[in-house]
Ligand binder design. Structure first.
Ligand SMILES: NC(=O)c1ccc[n+]([C@@H]2O[C@H](COP(=O)([O-])OP(=O)(O)OC[C@H]3O[C@@H](n4cnc5c(N)ncnc54)[C@H](O)[C@@H]3O)[C@@H](O)[C@H]2O)c1
Length: 366
């Protein structure tokens, strides 16, 4: 496994913010398997069970708030990371309607705090800022969004991710400008935009797979609000391989990669919620669902979002390895093993993913 990504992460000091969350725990685990010295910075796990706790990782885990700029600077000063993957965020759309201030403070000021720590302390050579496909101004059209499309965001969460992208652009222009790279600064900053990810170990509320698995655990029917909404689904390992390829390029001091990147699934990934549930049920017959009675006021949520990933395909040589069927299969198998055998199959998933990526001749596997 250590040979992947040009072996660049071996013995590398890496800071992962949001390591106690779903994507962050998978990333921290993969990085430690790649031989990196991983430090995490996040709040205590918010879910029980928690994927991070189940993994019992050999890493430095620092519990702190991303809004606490003094503490973040101390951590960066002490740990001296060479690369930062920034994933800590309030990531839920519906929660953001109830707590808009917290969402903006966490997702926008939290991002600025990380960038400022990197700017002042100067140890990091690379930053990958994880935002979202929701950062784009959503025109509800059929075409995929390109990296140079306008930022936007209807709900507070989406707007906060659009803002985090604008902050990134500002820092790329003002402080980490590639024209000045290795003259006035040594940091390459990029952002990564991915969409709905699924995979084992997610227990966040208001997400399809965790809601279904919670219902399975309680022997109930899952309440599915919008069965006909279409989303681009992908397994968590797909965007993570994209973040790691991007991080590799930045660590190799390739300044032409210090920009925004889409990491979405192929066209076959666009399925309705109902189609995803049907596929999940084919894997595990215990899954049952129903739509709730109409609520008083439905919150606005985007119905259709697709990313154009041509740039990542062409220049990073990155593509999704698992199609949606594989993503659902792996995800349901992960939960089934956990519920039936109390096994955590994260490592097996990563190994299978790398085997499949090698067979698909992904450049990052060498
Ligand atoms: N899961 C998805 O489908 C998806 C899709 C697009 C983008 N993203 C983005 O990926 C990143 C990770 O999302 P996730 O799905 O793993 O979410 P998650 O809720 O599972 O994890 C969020 C992480 O951020 C940390 N965090 C939240 N508020 C914090 C604060 N104030 N201070 C410090 N840490 C804080 C949490 O402790 C946790 O470790 C986020 O930036 C999210 O917006 C996720």
């Amino acid at each position: 496994m250590v040979e992947c990504f040009g072996n660049i992460y071996r013995n590398r000091k890496v800071l992962v913010t949001g390591h106690t969350g779903f994507k962050g725990s998978w990333l921290a685990f993969w990085l430690s398997r790649l031989g990196a010295k991983v430090t995490g910075y996040a709040l205590t796990p918010q879910t029980h069970p928690s994927h991070f706790e189940l993994l019992d990782l050999d890493m430095i885990s620092i519990i702190g708030d991303i809004r606490d700029r003094v503490k973040i600077e101390e951590v960066v000063q002490q740990q001296q990371p060479e690369i930062i993957f920034h994933l800590a965020a309030q990531p839920l759309v519906r929660y953001s309607y109830i707590n808009p201030r917290e969402t903006f403070e966490t997702n926008v000021m939290g991002t600025i705090n990380i960038f400022e720590a990197a700017r002042k302390i100067g140890c990091a050579r690379a930053i990958v800022n994880v935002t979202s496909d929701k950062c784009y101004e959503n025109k509800e059209w059929v075409w995929g969004y390109r990296e140079n499309d306008p930022m936007g965001g209807y709900d507070p969460y989406s707007a906060s991710k659009g803002c985090a992208e604008l902050v990134t652009r500002s820092y790329q222009n003002s402080f980490f400008n590639i024209q000045e790279f290795q003259k006035n600064h040594t940091v390459l900053l990029a952002s990564a935009r991915a969409g709905n990810v699924i995979g084992g170990g997610d227990w966040a509320q208001d997400r399809l797979i965790p809601d279904i698995m919670e219902a399975v655990a309680q022997n109930k029917k899952a309440l599915i609000r919008s069965p006909f909404s279409t989303r681009p689904w992908q397994h968590v390992l797909d965007p993570l391989s994209g973040y790691l390829v991007l991080g590799q390029k930045l660590l190799e001091a390739k300044s032409e990669y210090a920009e925004g990147w889409n990491f979405g699934p192929g066209d076959e990934g666009a399925l309705t919620v109902e189609e995803i549930i049907q596929r999940a049920r084919e894997q595990w017959g215990v899954i049952h669902w129903e739509t709730p009675a109409a609520t008083a006021k439905e919150l606005h949520e985007a119905h259709w979002l697709k990313l154009d990933c041509s740039n990542a395909h062409m220049r990073l040589k990155w593509k999704s390895v698992w199609d949606t069927s594989q993503a659902v299969l792996r995800t349901i198998q992960w939960y089934r093993r956990y519920f039936e055998k109390n096994e955590v199959s994260t490592l097996q998933d990563i190994e299978t993913y790398i085997t499949d990526a090698t067979a698909a001749r992904m450049e990052w596997t060498t």
